[in-house]
Design a protein around this ligand. Structure first.
Ligand SMILES: C[S@@+](CC[C@H](N)C(=O)[O-])C[C@H]1O[C@@H](n2cnc3c(N)ncnc32)[C@H](O)[C@@H]1O
Length: 303
C-alpha cells in the first residue's frame, strides 16, 4: 500500500513491533456490542477471537489503531454529532452513510445496530483485506451484513474526483449501491460521511485535497454532515517523534486551522463546524510512537 506523509513512517516504525495483548480491554458497552454481533458470549473466547483477527490485520498493514485495538472502541457512537447521523438514517428517505478508511467496518456496524438502514451504508478502504477480516471479526458474511464495500484510493480521481460543490441534491436517481466501483457517482448524494483516524494519515496538502473531494460527495440538504476524530494539537504543525527506523512525522491541525480549512471549501454561512480537542496519554506503549498527542472530534454540518 503506498501512503503519503506520516503513514509510511508509521509502517517503518511499527514493522518490527510486537503486538501487546495487555492493551486489550473492553468496557461493558464494547463487550456487549462484540458479544451480540459475534455470538461469542465467553469473555476469554471473545478475546482470543479478537486477538486472532488483530494479528491477521497487523500482517496486512501495521496501523497503530489496530495495535491499540481502537476498532473495539465504538468510536463513531462517541462523537458528539452521532445523534444527528442516526436522525438522518431514521428520518431522511434513502439517506446514505459512507465510512471512509473503514478498515473492518466496525463503525458502520455500530451505526447499523443503532438503526441506520444497512443497505444504505457504504464502507470504503484502499485495502479490501480489512473488510474481509471485518466479516471474520464479526462472524458475518455479505449476506448477513449487506453493507456495500467499495475498494479504492481516495487520491485516485478515477475513484474520487473533486467536483464543484452541488447547489442542490442531484435529481436523477441514486445508483444502486452494490453496483458501484467508485465513489464518483455519489457526488452530492451522501447524507453522512464518517472519517475517523483517516485524515491524519496524510500530509497537510493532501488533507486539503481530500477534504475538498469529500465535501463534493456531501448532500447539500440541511443536516447532512461529515464527522470524525483524529490526531490534532493545540497549535497547527508537524509533530515529530524519534525512535523508529525513520523519524516519525504527523501533520496535526489545530481546531482553528481545521475550521479554516472547511470554511475555505464551503461557502460562508452554509455549514456549522464543531470541534472538541482532548489531550491523550502518551502513546509510546500503545503505538510504539513516543509522542504526546491530542484527539479532535469534529463535525461539519450543512445548515
Ligand atoms: C488508521 S485506519 C482507521 C480505521 C478506522 N476508520 C478507525 O477509526 O478505526 C486507516 C484506514 O484508512 C485506509 N486507507 C489508508 N490510505 C487510504 C487511501 N489512500 N484511500 C483509502 N483508504 C485508505 C487504511 O487501509 C485503513 O483501513
Amino acid at each position: 500500500m503506498a501512503l503519503e506523509g506520516g503513514a509510511e513512517a508509521v509502517r517503518a516504525t511499527l514493522r518490527n513491533s510486537k503486538l501487546d495483548e495487555s492493551l486489550y480491554s473492553l468496557d461493558e458497552e464494547e463487550s456487549a456490542f462484540f458479544k451480540s454481533l459475534t455470538g461469542i458470549d465467553d469473555d476469554e473466547a471473545l478475546k482470543q477471537h479478537i486477538l486472532k483477527v488483530q494479528n491477521d490485520a497487523f500482517e496486512v498493514w501495521p496501523f497503530p489503531c489496530i495495535r491499540r485495538f481502537s476498532f473495539t472502541k465504538l468510536k463513531i457512537s462517541r462523537l458528539p454529532a452521532y445523534p444527528q447521523l442516526l436522525t438522518l438514517g431514521k428520518h431522511r428517505q434513502g439517506a446514505i452513510l459512507l465510512d471512509l478508511g473503514t478498515c473492518f467496518g466496525n463503525d458502520v456496524r455500530k451505526a447499523v445496530i443503532d438503526g441506520f438502514p444497512v443497505r444504505n451504508t457504504i464502507g470504503s478502504d484502499i485495502e479490501p483485506a480489512f473488510w474481509r477480516l471485518g466479516h471474520e471479526l464479526f462472524n458475518s458474511s455479505p449476506e448477513t451484513f449487506p453493507s456495500t464495500f467499495i475498494a479504492g484510493d481516495v487520491f485516485d480521481p478515477v475513484f474520487l474526483e473533486t467536483h464543484p460543490l452541488p447547489k442542490a441534491t442531484p435529481d436523477d436517481s441514486v445508483p444502486k449501491l452494490d453496483t458501484l466501483t467508485s465513489l464518483n457517482p455519489l457526488q452530492g448524494r451522501v447524507s453522512a460521511i464518517h472519517a475517523s483516524a483517516f485524515f491524519h494519515l496524510f500530509a497537510e496538502s493532501k488533507q486539503r485535497e481530500l477534504a475538498r473531494a469529500v465535501a463534493g460527495l456531501l448532500s447539500p440538504d440541511p443536516g447532512s454532515l461529515i464527522l470524525g476524530v483524529h490526531a490534532a494539537a493545540p497549535e497547527k504543525g508537524i509533530r515529530r517523534a524519534a525512535g523508529g527506523e525513520k523519524p516519525f512525522e504527523l501533520f496535526c491541525d489545530s481546531p482553528e486551522s481545521w475550521k479554516e480549512m472547511w470554511e475555505g471549501i464551503f461557502e460562508p454561512g452554509t455549514v456549522k463546524i464543531e470541534t472538541e480537542l482532548k489531550e491523550m496519554p502518551n502513546s509510546a506503549q500503545s503505538t510504539g510512537i513516543d509522542m504526546q498527542f491530542w484527539e479532535m472530534s469534529w463535525s461539519v454540518t450543512r445548515v
